[in-house]
Design a protein around this ligand. Structure first.
Ligand code: MN
Length: 249
């Protein structure tokens, strides 16, 4: 169900001061995870807020929303390091035109699992790890974890074999299944040939793990609209041009 994964990072505020001015979405969810810095967000359904280190915003565009995303004002003034990830999650065909909504998943609302023997910890955003469930409600079965591992420690993870699974190294470096090394900013994509994998941290590490059941539905996309047919895309463009996505300054 994962359409796009964008990691953005910079220590230079000129790189992020512009932000993302108002733009529409239909047919997808956008999930923003802040690792460093502070991001502010507003949308045409009245949702919005500031997300800071460890916070997550989960926006369901559904039938159509306008939103804008930019550095939080004081953070922008002061400058500092920004690191964030935006993930586009596809909506099943039957839910593409659902009512827009917004889940503000504050760091303290995420389900924190401490791993024994000083291995590290997991912040569960969605899905479950050893019976611990994350707070995000999703339209198709999927898992999204931030995993923090201490240097030299390892953990194993298990997901359905038919789910599409991968991980992004946010910080540090890892060895996967005792074979494959992956440094920061690298993405590891697993094949659908087994359930379990192991990750060992070669230094203090943060990784983002994502795993989800494939939707297996046709995709028609045009910029920020992701639907199932070209006719639906044309409708999205017409609806946007006639102001049906609402209004945002
Ligand atoms: Mn957007």
């Amino acid at each position: 169900p994962f359409l796009m994964l964008d990691e953005f990072g910079s220590e230079n505020k000129d790189d992020y001061i512009g932000g993302f001015p108002p733009h529409p979405h239909r047919g997808i969810e956008t999930v923003t995870i802040a690792y460093k810095g502070r991001v502010e967000h507003h949308d045409s359904s009245g949702g919005g807020g500031i997300i800071a280190e460890g916070d997550v915003q989960w926006m369901t565009s559904g039938s159509g929303i306008l939103h804008k995303e930019y550095h939080e004002k004081n953070f922008g003034k002061k400058g500092g390091e920004m690191q964030m990830v935006q993930l586009w999650v596809n909506l099943p065909a039957k839910d593409k035109m659902t009512t827009p909504k917004y889940q503000n998943l504050n760091k303290n609302n995420l389900t924190k699992v401490e791993l024994e023997n000083n291995v590290g910890s997991i912040d569960i955003i969605a899905g479950e790890f050893e019976k611990n469930k994350g707070p995000a409600s999703t339209f198709s079965p999927l898992s999204l974890f931030n995993v923090h591992l201490n240097k030299g420690k390892g953990a194993s993870f298990s997901f359905d074999k038919n789910h599409n699974t991968g991980l992004l190294v946010i910080k540090g470096s890892i060895t996967v299944n005792n074979i494959e090394k992956a440094p920061a900013n690298h993405f590891v994509l697993f094949e659908n040939d087994g359930k379990e994998f192991t990750v060992r941290a070669d230094e203090d590490t943060t990784i983002l793990i994502l795993s989800g059941e494939p939707l297996d539905e046709p995709i028609a996309s045009y910029g920020p609209f992701v639907m199932n047919t070209n006719k639906e895309i044309k409708q999205a463009i017409d609806d946007f041009n006639s102001g049906k996505f609402g209004y945002l300054d």
